[in-house]
Design a protein around this ligand. Structure first.
Ligand SMILES: [Mg+2]
Length: 393
């Protein structure tokens, strides 16, 4: 049996701002940009009482809370705090998987004899975090990632919840099924309509009924989640698990030509950053957000690990085309591209040697050079220029 800890800082960016500026303490605060379409990156607990939460447009947040203080993000400060946090985590185990600047899974199974039980370790981490950063975190302890993550969210802020293997169903069954990962409003709708509300409802549902509601594959997955089955290991190592770029548009885009142009810019930027770090990706993720704030991700493997701009571009477009085919009239407010499954390819792939060098290599290298010297804006492929030919395919 494993002991997994999930640590999540409380309202991270907002808490850092309140820590550094006493005038911001005790007031509703959002960290966010100034643009017309910018969204709340983090909301203080005072702001959350007004219904302000992250990913909400700043304009909407202002409506809900007219006294809202909005401060610009200071990413380099958050990154420094993050470094300190992860150093603390590694005092207790090398098995640390960062999910974002302020969130990580720790597998402390092998640390138990040294540091005591899970709750003792969690208490020590919380104390170290307050001492060294002046900030609070919430911690969940469970037999796997799924349970630990749900537990950390159960008593925020400054929470510590341990769910023992024998208590999993007692804790999880009463919770709304939205606590399970990947169960968005759309997936929930048929289930709610059938009277299924809680994790326990899903767990106890007849498999045949679930099959009928969501299809056999989703039904199987849902019931596994509801039973809290999760064998995923902690993924350590690579500082970089993915490289991504995304853009929120000032006005929602409907024209395919515009969408492909934006997508191409993003794919280009991600490919360039992947090459700069000497990495290749095995998989690309497309992220998109519709005007009603539904966020969708689609993922597909590259034919082989690469950091080639054209390969990124082609696959990203394929993913977007497939989605647009299923949702022909939908506008988009955000597009993102992420390179995942990154690997350090200092040793060339054996098979690569037998294939002719991809024609774009020269173009890519020159593009990277110019970009380094003059900044990203100076280089673009023809397709990215406004008014360019719409992609044929
Ligand atoms: Mg957090």
């Amino acid at each position: 049996m494993r002991t997994i800890i999930h640590v999540d800082m409380d309202a991270f960016y907002a808490s850092v701002e309140q820590r550094d500026n006493p005038q911001l303490r005790g007031v509703p605060l959002a960290v966010g940009g100034a643009g017309p379409r910018s969204v709340v990156a983090a909301a203080s607990y005072e702001a959350r009482r007004f219904g302000v939460f992250s990913a909400m447009p700043v304009s909407k947040a202002r409506q809900l809370c007219p006294r809202l203080h909005i401060v610009a993000p200071r990413m380099s400060v958050y990154a420094d705090v993050s470094k300190a946090l992860f150093a603390i985590f590694r005092e207790f185990t090398p098995q640390v998987e960062g999910l974002s600047l302020d969130e990580a899974f720790l597998d402390v199974t092998a640390s138990l004899t040294l540091f005591g039980n899970g709750a003792r370790i969690a208490g020590s981490i919380k104390a170290r975090v307050v001492d060294l950063t002046g900030l609070t975190c919430s911690i969940g302890i469970g037999p796997n990632k799924l349970v630990a993550k749900i537990a950390s969210d159960m008593n925020k802020p400054d929470g510590l919840v341990e769910i023992r293997p024998t208590e999993v169903h007692r804790y999880l069954d009463p919770l709304p099924m939205s606590v399970l990962p990947g169960l968005g409003p759309k997936q929930r709708r048929p289930l709610l309509a059938a009277g299924l509300r809680s994790v326990g409802d899903l767990r106890r549902a007849e498999p045949a009924d679930l099959d009928r509601l969501v299809g056999a594959r989703a039904a199987l997955r849902l019931q596994r989640l509801a039973r809290a089955e999760d064998a995923r290991a902690i993924v350590t190592g690579q500082a970089e698990k993915s490289l991504s770029a995304e853009a929120t548009f000032d006005t929602d885009l409907a024209e395919r030509r515009d969408l492909y142009r934006e997508l191409s810019k993003l794919a280009d930027r991600v490919a360039s950053r992947t090459r700069t770090k000497g990495l290749t990706a095995t998989t690309l993720t497309l992220k998109l957000r519709t005007p009603d704030f539904t966020t969708v991700t689609r993922q597909r493997r590259l034919r082989k690990p690469t950091a080639n701009t054209q390969a990124f571009n082609a696959l990203a477009r394929e993913l977007l085309e497939d989605w647009l085919r299923e949702h022909p009239k939908t506008k988009l407010r955000l597009l993102g591209v992420a390179a995942v499954g990154l690997r350090n390819d200092s040793e060339p792939d054996l098979f690569e040697a037998y294939e002719p060098a991809p024609p774009a290599q020269g173009v890519d290298a020159a593009g990277d050079l110019i970009r380094d010297r003059f900044g990203i804006a100076s280089v673009g492929r023809a397709r990215q220029l406004s008014g360019g030919k719409p992609p044929d395919r």
